[in-house]
Design a protein around this ligand. Structure first.
Ligand code: FUC
Length: 797
């Protein structure tokens, strides 16, 4: 093994099989202030409940005593078609509109396009499965010695309380191993479980009982008899030790049991590969199979296997920003786990330092991804899988003008690569409709996707042009395929999955862009810059342009990734030549007179200067077009762009705030990044740590985790042939001067553990399954490391 030290640094290289000094600092404990939410009262609102999930099946647990509510979700309970369809003849309208736009006839261009767009069809939402209600008629109104916690390391939501001097404990979790939701009710005295259980739901459903211990709720997702969608069936089996269990109407009554275990399973006829061809198997039978499997295994085994399986993901990464016992200081910045999460949030809001809370929020993002995105399932939607509504805000759908992508920003860097799979499967499943939309709507080749879609894979420009006229969802999603390759080095994935997507997205853009008659450069349009408005010279508000900066950057990104992939795969043909030629004629964003990166190709004023989307910084993040080394002027312009947005109230949704963390991280500005880490936690986070748009949108949680990771490690510079540049602690704020991380990933397939003190790297180790070479650059460290396959290489400055 060789490491080449630069700048005269002394570097010692040793290969270790394990790394003692970092292991304990970052290891999740059983209940720690960085790995658990704690409340001292039951949830009085859904946003105070604890989410649990196995990727398909989820719940929000209220932890109430007299009337417990466990709100249930299945990822695939969706109302159905009709969906917006691409409209033939649209391309001709678009061509006329483009001509008018180039002449400066913005209003006419807009009305032509708007007049040809299909209407929005609403709601067609993801829906709550319903609720499991557990009633304890004799429970006091006010619980005594009440406490509940969500243990992120075990993925269990627990509540404990006293009734008549008897200590009760409720444990809820969603097992991915047995595909059941489990509710366990125990106490420290025999025969103390007397309660009734029922299922219900605010929308259409049928209720029945099966035998004397199982309740069934089934139906077909819909909106008031229309938009018939997914058929589903859920059953809850109630098993008691001691006492009696009986069914009355649609309720299960338990009297005097020692313990009660409820297994709940749900299945649907949704076919994620082809939603138009629903499954035809017997849903009741498949639900029964899951229930009897869990019952046969028994509670302890179901629990243990669930915890172990969850930890297989959860324990892959950890961070310590300086407040674990090792680093806690006399000022009392270390929080004891006994302080409730709302109290910690309130203290944080008042300016109290609580780096463990930042760690907790970082881990919560990983926890939510594990809970809402598992191989073989649907990707995490706007709410993950947690939704208590029949018609959710934005239908809890798959917005792809930032939101779903943000959900997956933390996946690779925190070592949860497999959890990215549902995203890839979903985008690939959209390809047939995406090709149809390209052909029908634009007379173009290849694959397109627009600003949003849902489980029916619909794909069309529709609705109001200010949000619906945006054909870059596909181009943006395709970036993830390339990033998966970069993070894993998996050439099979590059060849079989990334390349076809890159090729089809590139083909769309080649046939879609047009020449700007004034400059001869290639521009995309007409379309919005998500979802902002500009003021035309005559003062009118408009959204549609030719050559919005974000569009041009996404196209640059897709074409550049395509060429890079082609080179790795040894593909050189007419197609790649065409991309080369097109890219050299692509309009690239300009810097305006005020020094900001321009959002539109002409110097329009923003109608909403504090707009939540800062789309035109796509090339800074998540793209890799702009870096301090390559484009210093654009980097400076980016800084001014963000400042201007913030001065006007930008970042007011949690996802927008989260993106700003990553922007600042890419500007190597740790203090500004930390300011937004704090603002997101202090003012855009709900009592159960869900981030709020408002209402809840989990993209902010995922963007938070990704943003914190981006402050600690970056690897978007370089490539697989010349080697990646891995920046360690590129945006470390002074408040995090001492700390460590474990298991963060870098492009090139590397996994890195790191410790630092006084802002300087003190210890690091790196490995990659395939072996490789990378340059590591951090405070107090700069060197090139070569790792043999699978072996840790320790690097000590
Ligand atoms: C985008 C955003 C909105 C919201 C919606 C789900 O369109 O502009 O703020 O997050 O997605």
């Amino acid at each position: 093994m060789r490491i080449t030290a630069r700048k005269g640094l002394l570097v010692l290289i040793v290969t270790f099989l394990f790394f003692g000094s970092l292991g304990d600092a970052a290891e999740p404990g059983s209940l720690s202030s960085s790995h658990a939410l704690i409340h001292d009262a039951p949830a009085s609102a859904w946003t105070e409940g604890y989410p649990v999930g196995n990727g398909r099946l989820g719940a929000v647990v209220f932890g109430r005593v007299g009337e417990e509510r466990i709100q249930l979700n299945h990822e695939a309970i969706w109302a159905g078609p009709p969906v917006p369809e691409p409209r033939a003849g649209f391309a001709a309208v678009m061509n006329n509109a483009r001509t008018e736009w180039f002449k400066g006839e913005y209003a006419l261009a807009r009305s032509l396009v708007q007049g040809a767009l299909p209407e929005r069809i609403s709601p067609r939402s993801h829906q709550t499965l319903g609720d499991l209600w557990i009633e304890r008629p004799e429970a006091p109104d006010r619980p005594v010695r009440y406490r509940r916690w969500l243990d992120l390391d075990r993925a269990t939501g627990v509540s404990t309380f006293l009734i008549d001097g008897v200590e009760h404990r409720q444990t809820v979790f969603a097992s991915a191993v047995d595909d059941v939701l489990v509710v366990r009710l125990e106490s420290d005295a025999p025969a103390s479980q007397t309660l009734s259980l029922r299922l219900d739901r605010p929308g259409q459903r049928r209720l029945s009982v099966i035998g004397n211990d199982t309740i069934e709720m089934s139906g077909r997702a819909q909106h008031d008899g229309a938009q018939l969608g997914v058929r589903w069936s859920a059953r809850a089996m109630v098993l008691a030790e001691g006492g009696h269990v009986d069914a009355r109407d649609t309720t299960i009554e338990v009297v005097g049991a020692d313990t009660v275990t409820v297994y709940l399973a749900c299945d649907t006829d949704y076919n994620r590969h082809d939603p138009t061809a629903p499954h035809t198997h017997d849903l009741g039978a498949s639900v029964d199979a899951a229930l009897s499997g869990a019952a046969a295994a028994g509670y302890e085994r179901v629990l243990q296997s669930s915890v172990a399986e969850h930890r297989g993901f959860y324990r892959r990464a950890s961070i310590d920003l300086g407040t674990s016992a090792r680093h806690s200081d006399a000022s009392g910045s270390h929080q004891s786990p006994s302080v409730s999460t709302p109290d910690r949030l309130a203290a944080f809001r008042d300016g109290k330092a609580d780096p463990d809370l930042v760690e907790l929020m970082f881990h919560f993002g990983r926890y939510l991804l594990i809970g809402s995105s598992r191989p073989g399932a649907l990707p995490a939607n706007l709410q993950g899988i947690w939704n208590d509504q029949i018609a959710a805000r934005w239908h809890a759908d798959y917005h792809i003008n930032v939101n779903m992508q943000m959900n997956y920003w933390p996946a690779e860097v925190t070592g949860l690569s497999e959890l990215h799979d549902p995203f890839f499967d979903f985008i690939e499943a959209m390809v047939p409709n995406g090709k149809r939309a390209a052909r029908v709507a634009y007379d173009a080749e290849g694959f397109v996707a627009h600003h949003t879609t849902d489980v029916w894979h619909f794909n069309a420009p529709f609705g109001d042009a200010s949000w619906g006229m945006w054909p870059h969802g596909g181009g943006w999603c395709v970036q993830h395929f390339m990033e998966r390759y970069r993070f894993t080095g998996d050439e099979g994935f590059l060849r079989d999955r990334a390349w076809p997507m890159l090729r089809e997205a590139s083909r769309f853009y080649v046939s879609y862009v047009v020449e700007d008659p004034a400059t001869g450069l290639l521009v995309s349009g007409l379309e919005n810059s998500p979802e902002n408005w500009f003021l035309a010279p005559n003062g009118e508000r408009h959204t549609l342009v030719m050559g919005a900066s974000m569009s041009q950057q996404i196209i640059w990104d897709v074409w550049t990734n395509t060429l890079e992939a082609a080179e790795i795969l040894g593909i050189e043909d007419e197609f790649t030549e065409g991309i080369h030629a097109a890219r050299s004629r692509l309009l690239l964003p300009a810097i305006g007179e005020d020094g900001r990166l321009m959002e539109w190709p002409r110097p329009f004023e923003e109608a909403d200067p504090g707009h939540r989307h800062i789309s035109h910084l796509y090339g800074l993040h998540p793209g890799r077009q702009y870096t301090l080394s390559n484009t210093p002027k654009v980097i400076e312009a980016s800084r001014r762009t963000i400042n201007a947005r913030l001065v006007h109230g930008g970042g007011h949704t949690s996802w927008s705030r989260a993106w700003i963390i990553s922007f600042y991280a890419r500007l190597f500005d740790g203090e500004s990044a930390l300011r937004h880490v704090r603002t997101l936690l202090a003012s855009q986070t709900l009592p159960n740590l869900f981030t709020t748009h408002p209402p809840l949108q989990v993209d902010g949680n995922f963007g938070f985790t990704a943003g914190v990771a981006e402050m600690l490690i970056q690897s978007h510079e370089g490539d697989s042939r010349s080697g990646y540049l891995i920046r360690l602690l590129p945006a470390l704020p002074a408040a995090w001067a001492n700390g460590s991380f474990r298991g963060l990933r870098a492009r090139g397939g590397f996994e890195i553990d790191l410790a630092w003190a006084d802002g300087r790297v003190t210890d690091a180790r790196i490995r990659s399954p395939r072996g490789g070479t990378a340059r590591l650059l951090g405070p107090g460290f700069d060197g090139v490391v070569k790792t043999p396959p699978g072996r840790w290489v320790r690097v000590i400055p």
